[in-house]
Design a protein around this ligand. Structure first.
Ligand SMILES: Cc1cc2nc3c(=O)[nH]c(=O)nc-3n(C[C@H](O)[C@H](O)[C@H](O)COP(=O)(O)OP(=O)(O)OC[C@H]3O[C@@H](n4cnc5c(N)ncnc54)[C@H](O)[C@@H]3O)c2cc1C
Length: 393
């Protein structure tokens, strides 16, 4: 075992948060070692946003994040904003566009974001140590000692930036939680988030709609999202369902409004206007045909609307606006875009991300119990928390 030079800071995890933190600290003149067990930095960035990286969201605000303390993310998000990251992107000449709902994407490739961050790290003299696992961390003689391969590295500051366990095939692990617990930090029960929901046998009929998508409003308790839903061979996906999955709790129902833009009595009105139309005809053009047929198959509305009692029509309208689904689970970490839960913010400074009871230990990015909505919010948290720690090291 060889003893390497001492560093000012060791950053564990060369993902979005770790790269940002190392870049900021390096450019402040700190000697930074950035360690990852993967062979390349920023592997999730490369595949993000369908290969175009939805790198931020201009509507970033703390209420678009799930966290045990709803105020925790405000400080870091307020001090490093989407405009700050965009300025960096523009300095590097990376072309971008707003897709929808404030989501900013690269015009070209997500790899441009990785190259930008790696280039900025190199400009700050950051040393990369890739492709080697961290086997042990100890704190002694006022420094953190990290065993990486055959070398022990030491620094007064250690940053946990190893993310959460979502998408293990990309090298994701729960290492951050083990390390946090080792140093007395508590961990909020991690769970897959932004993940497709699965449906049980009672909803098997919807699995036959695999590939069909529709704009809906989905609700769980008081949380609601208006985006597209997609039926899959296992259940429900698409942005609306991924969003609600972060809030959903097992053994609870979600409700879907399949016609969120229709006035409340739209079908009753159709009966008044055109009593000889059928419900199927009234739904045509408002919903994909296969979905409309599947839903109508569950409602008792055969024949012309003119022959239906108003009460039956009201009941059908109400059901289409509040369709209950009882997911029996999620597709798990293998398909989850992020992990909710993680290192509890109770033990961290919201200004610097430093552990209150373990001086010199920092936690940033997805490893922390801060989880953004779909749409660039998770990267913005990675950048902002990385900058907060990078400025404090
Ligand atoms: C398919 C997909 C698409 C996504 N698209 C978007 C998007 O468009 N916009 C958005 O905002 N968010 C998106 N996300 C979420 C986003 O990628 C994450 O929130 C973000 O990468 C978290 O950054 P991080 O640095 O905290 O963790 P990560 O980027 O996951 O980085 C953690 C790093 O730590 C390393 N590591 C793990 N364990 C160890 C260990 N034991 N030793 C050493 N190294 C270790 C990993 O190899 C990894 O490089 C997407 C996620 C996925 C899976």
């Amino acid at each position: 075992m060889s003893q390497a030079d001492r560093w000012d800071a060791i950053v564990l995890g060369a993902g979005a948060a770790g790269l940002m933190c190392a870049m900021v600290a390096g450019q402040r003149g700190k000697r930074v070692l950035l360690v990852d067990h993967g062979d390349a930095p920023g592997r999730k960035i490369v595949i993000s946003g369908g290969g175009r990286c939805n790198f931020t969201n201009i509507h970033t605000a703390a209420d678009r994040f799930l966290c045990g303390n709803p105020h925790f993310a405000k400080s870091a998000l307020g001090r490093y904003t989407p405009a700050d990251f965009l300025a960096l992107v523009e300095r590097h000449g990376i072309a971008w566009h707003e897709k929808t709902l404030g989501q900013l994407f690269c015009d070209g490739s997500a790899r441009q974001i990785v190259d930008m961050l790696v280039g900025e790290c190199q400009a700050g003299g950051v040393t990369f140590q890739l492709g080697q696992a961290v086997s042990a961390i100890e704190h002694r003689d006022g420094a953190y000692h990290a065993t990486v391969g055959n070398t022990v590295h030491a620094a007064p500051a250690l940053v946990i930036a190893t993310g959460g366990p979502s998408i293990p095939k990309l090298g994701a692990t729960g290492f951050a939680y083990d390390l946090a617990r080792q140093f007395g930090l508590s961990v909020v029960q991690p769970r897959p988030a932004l993940v497709p929901l699965t449906l049980g046998s009672e909803d098997a009929l919807f699995r036959e709609l695999s590939g069909v998508s529709a704009p809906v409003e989905v609700r769980w308790n008081k949380t609601r999202f208006r985006e597209a839903a997609l039926f899959t061979h296992r259940g429900l996906s698409g942005p609306a369902m991924l969003q609600i999955s972060s809030y959903w709790q097992h053994r609870t129902p979600i409700a879907v409004d399949f016609l969120p833009d229709e006035p409340r009595d739209w079908l009753l009105e159709a009966k008044r206007q055109a009593p000889r139309t059928s419900a199927k005809q009234a739904l045509a053009g408002k919903l994909p045909q296969r979905l409309g047929e599947a839903l109508l198959g569950q409602l008792n509305l055969q024949g012309d609307l003119g022959n239906q009692r108003d009460a039956a029509i009201r009941e059908a309208q109400a059901k289409l606006a509040d369709w209950p689904f009882a997911p029996d689970g999620t597709e798990g970490y293998a398909k989850a875009e992020v992990t909710a839960g993680g290192i509890s913010t109770d033990g961290l400074s919201s200004r610097t991300m430093e552990a209150k009871r373990a001086p010199g230990l920092y936690a940033i990015g997805e490893a922390v119990d801060v989880t953004g909505w779909l749409g660039g919010y998770n990267f913005q948290w990675a950048w902002a928390s990385g900058v907060a720690a990078g400025n404090a090291l």
